[in-house]
Design a protein around this ligand. Sequence first.
Ligand code: TYD
Length: 214
Amino acid sequence: MKGIFITVEGPEGAGKTTIITKIVDQLKKENYPVVFTREPGGIKIAEKIRSIILDPENTEMDGRTEALLYAAARRQHLVEKVLPSINEGYIVLCDRFLDSSLAYQGFARELGMDEVLSINEFAIGHLMPTKTLYFDIEPEEGFKRINQNKDREINRLDLEKLDFHYKVREGYSLLLEKYKERMIKIDASRSIEDVYDETLQVVKNIIHTAAHNE
Ligand code: TYD
């Protein structure tokens, strides 16, 4: 069986990483062949690029440089990890992918969604996710959660003003319109348990539908 590629998206503090980590544990317990990875990062070279992009000291970084570095990290991660895993038949769950660049760099940084899409097409070719889970939360609510979680590292993008994060969310809502078939919105303002239950159902549906369509 050829694998499935599921990406996970959302603004800061939506809890997507917490939820998806629990989902991966559960799927593994049930013997689903799952690979969990994240962007930017996931492999050595991309982790190095990640540390440059997210370093809070790199305040002079230009927006296009930022977009190109995300795309470069994405390319290397795709070639080294995502594609081989899909080809081996794994269900690959990836914490952030293309839509993060479109929402953060394209829309919130105002580089243009089409421009950012075009540099990303160079990076990923035609590989689009099978499905994308979008965890939706009001930015103010998201930041309340982040401030309660003292262990979370604060990165350069977290330091952007609240306005920026409202724009990120607006960018994501445009993407939900544009990619209706691919993107599934999950209301992340509810309790972790409720969001988890819904997400597990959604992920299992995606897996079973893909198996059925083979
Ligand atoms: P991370 O610590 O992984 O944050 P989160 O837990 O919210 O995913 O940091 C990733 C940061 O990089 C996050 O602020 C979103 C941002 N980002 C972009 O701006 N563009 C991108 O293409 C990607 C993949 C991430």
